[in-house]
Ligand binder design. Structure first.
Ligand code: COA
Ligand code: MG
Length: 291
């Protein structure tokens, strides 16, 4: 699967110390997993978690799911031991928390023995302000917004509409799109509140995020649904492409569908949506066949 079309609708954090959760992830319908050695693991539990995690990765069974490990931040005494413990593991990316600048990415890259991709948690004011130069580092492949840390640093209040975070979220998206990296929205803490999660997923999708980071399996289906093209969106995209083709054949540069103009750029968006829907359908078929 090409990196461009790979879906990242649901990105689940799994504490590296929790064997049951690591096992369960092999059967959960998530697009990506973040195996966590940072905040979900206490300082005392970190040495054991590194071993548990390396063993789980060695055993495999995570299929198509993108495998990302979140190590501890560069300001801690733990990150070097984290990467040493994972040196032989099969990973798609390493996620570095509290990235403030491209120099932070470089510091990690210098310490890595393999050419594995690096993802950055953007969760500090400086990290958000430097989002573009962090995204431009050649090893940066993805962003995850750390909305809990960011809210703490900003001293802003929780609001259901996330108004206090919107500037930061959009800055992250501008940087990600300018430099072509994946952008994953922050977590929704109240994991039993379905309506609240739905609102945040739809808001994140409408802003332009590729998917949502999640903390509990109960959040997966909703994120997968919200971040995938809907049946009506697919039908509209097909009609737009067809109408534009007919208009082009008739020598017109613009078509009209449902009273709305369709230009070349809309056709590109429609085609991207259809490609994404196809990849998701193919992935679902592979998983269906495997169960
Ligand atoms: N990934 C994979 N499996 C998970 C999971 C996760 N993040 N969270 C829960 N599960 C599993 C549990 O192991 C349990 O599995 P079982 O049926 O085999 O026993 C099942 O899902 C139901 O879990 P539940 O009892 O509802 O949750 P809990 O009370 O055990 O845990 C949390 C609740 C919030 C503590 C837990 O979901 C968690 O640790 N989430 C991740 C937090 C995290 O990573 N934070 C850092 C980033 S913000
Ligand atoms: Mg954080």
């Amino acid at each position: 699967m090409s990196e461009d079309t790979r879906p990242y609708r649901s990105v689940l954090y799994i504490p590296g110390s929790k064997q049951r959760a690591l096992d369960k992830a092999r059967s959960l319908p998530v697009d990506a997993i973040i195996l966590d050695l940072e905040d979900a693991v206490t300082p005392e539990a970190k040495p054991a978690a590194r071993k548990t995690l390396a063993t789980a990765l060695g055993e495999g069974g995570y299929g198509n799911r993108v495998q990302i490990v979140r190590i501890n931040g560069l300001e801690t005494p733990w990150w070097q031991d984290d990467i040493a413990a994972l040196a032989d593991s099969d990973l798609d990316a390493i996620l570095l928390p509290k990235v403030n600048s491209p120099e932070d990415i470089q510091r990690l890259v210098d310490a890595l023995a393999s050419p594995v991709s690096v993802w950055a948690m953007l969760e500090t004011p400086l990290g958000i302000l430097n989002a573009q130069s962090i995204a431009a580092h050649p090893r940066t492949a993805g962003f995850v917004v750390g909305t809990n840390d960011l809210a703490k640093e900003l001293n802003c209040r929780f609001r259901a509409d996330r108004l206090p975070l919107l500037t930061a979220l959009q800055t992250v998206l501008l940087a990600a799109r300018a430099e072509g990296v994946i952008a994953i929205d922050g977590v929704y803490n109240q994991f039993k509140d379905v309506a609240g999660l739905q609102f945040e997923c739809e808001q994140g999708r409408d802003l332009g995020f590729d998917g949502k980071s999640l903390i509990h399996p109960a959040q997966i289906d909703l994120a997968n649904q919200v971040f995938a093209p809907s049946v009506s969106e697919i039908a509209l995209a097909q009609r737009q492409i067809e109408a534009f083709k007919q208009a082009s054949d008739a020598g017109q540069g613009v078509a009209v569908v449902d009273g709305t103009i369709v230009e070349n750029l809309h056709v590109e968006t429609a085609q991207r949506l259809l490609d994404q829907a196809q990849v998701i359908a193919e992935q679902a078929a592979i998983e269906q066949a495997g169960t």
